[in-house]
Design a protein around this ligand. Structure first.
Ligand SMILES: Cc1ncc(COP(=O)(O)O)c(C=O)c1O
Length: 370
């Protein structure tokens, strides 16, 4: 069956080829400068992102996971505090909460957007609740207005996990720039991806930014004057230089993803047993993933069929966080997240995905669901 070329989940080669000369120049300038740690490209990239997102401060870090850990600590969250979040995300979202000694409190998701069901949050707020961490899953905004309203009323901090949503919007505002702080990942497969690990915390609050800067260099703002235990979580200069080359293209890349998503909708809207992603009226979806739902219990068989036809897909995520061994003793029942974990399937998508590849994905899916 593998007679045709394989279709990957994501193909970075068109972007690398398009930017080849600029990427090489960026690499070489870092090599020549020898300033591999906190070189000028790191500060320049911070300034570029702050401008793009319209935030006052951007702190370049080593990963999205560190952005969550450092973001929570910089917002004053600590041991014993309860933090409300979604069970339908990458583990790092809850892991960061646990790593600082706080307790993740899972609230079920909205079955259409796969993000926090905002109608279920308030009943989980206790006197120990200190923060909400919404995730903009797959690049679709969480419904931020009700989240901010609850946070205001109950005096909670809001840290947006924007790992999958760079450039996405909520009611015209850039994701990550809406709550008290926003955490970003530049893992290579993200909409804005480095060529290694990298992340960032953004905020309008000067004291949060200062604490994040302190935490990223071993709890010190002045070398060898360590005030608190922190981390070694600086963004590599090489990664910052690469991200500087890529940032000016993010709008075009996200537009490309939206074009691919629109083409999938045209190709797939009438396939029985297939539920396509929605874009809520408040959202500008940037399709980090194009995630469909395959109902009637056939997801795994369909994924196998696609694999046999040379088409890569992925299940984000097969186990909701509350069902992972680390949290299963908490005995949550979160039916919408559990059902999503059994039904979702992310199809190949990248900004330059050719129409023929999309047509092949669609016709194979149509055949498998017949
Ligand atoms: C929703 C979400 N949160 C956090 C992370 C962690 O980011 P990183 O891999 O850069 O540590 C990721 C991605 O890996 C993610 O998808």
């Amino acid at each position: 069956m593998m007679s045709q070329n394989a279709i990957p989940l994501l193909d970075l080669t068109p972007e690398i080829e398009m930017l080849w000369d600029e990427l090489n120049a960026a690499f070489q300038s870092v090599l020549r400068s020898g300033r591999f740690i906190m070189g000028p490209q790191v500060h320049a990239f911070e300034a570029q992102v702050a401008e793009y997102l319209n935030v006052k401060h951007a702190v370049a870090l080593n990963s999205g996971t560190d952005a969550l850990v450092i973001g929570l600590r910089a917002l004053g969250i600590g041991p014993g505090d309860e933090v409300i979040t979604t069970p339908f995300s990458f583990f790092a979202t809850a892991e960061a909460i646990s790593l600082i000694g706080a307790v993740p409190v899972f609230v079920d998701i909205d079955a259409q957007t796969y993000n926090l069901d905002v109608t279920l949050i308030e009943e989980k707020i206790t006197p120990r609740t200190r923060a909400i961490v919404p995730v903009h899953l797959y690049g679709h905004a969480a419904d931020m207005a009700p989240i901010l309203e609850l946070a205001e009323r109950h005096n909670l901090k809001v840290l947006e996990d924007t790992a999958q949503g760079f450039g996405g919007e909520y009611r015209g505002l850039k994701l990550g720039a809406i709550g008290d702080a926003g955490a970003f990942s530049f893992f290579p497969s993200k909409n804005l991806g480095a060529y290694g690990d990298a992340g960032m915390l953004v905020t309008d609050d000067g004291s949060v930014a200062e604490m994040a800067r302190k935490l990223r260099t071993h709890g010190s703002l002045k070398k060898y004057h360590n005030e608190i235990p922190g981390y070694n979580s600086r963004m590599d200069t090489l990664q910052a230089a690469i991200l500087q080359v890529k940032l000016p293209h993010i709008q075009a890349f996200n537009d490309g993803r939206r074009r691919v998503a629109a083409a999938y909708r045209d190709l797939l809207h009438d396939v029985p047993g297939l539920v396509l992603p929605v874009e809520a009226s408040y959202a500008c979806h940037v399709y980090h993933q194009y995630t469909v739902r395959i109902t009637i219990g056939r997801r795994d068989a369909v994924q196998r069929g696609l694999r046999e036809a040379g088409i890569a897909t992925q299940v984000y995520y097969p186990v909701p966080l509350h069902r992972l061994p680390v949290y299963s003793a908490l005995n949550y029942r979160l039916p919408a997240a559990e059902q999503a974990a059994e039904e979702v399937l992310s199809l190949p998508i990248w900004p330059q995905m050719p129409a023929e590849a999309q047509e092949r994905v669609a016709s194979t899916l149509r055949m498998l669901l017949r």
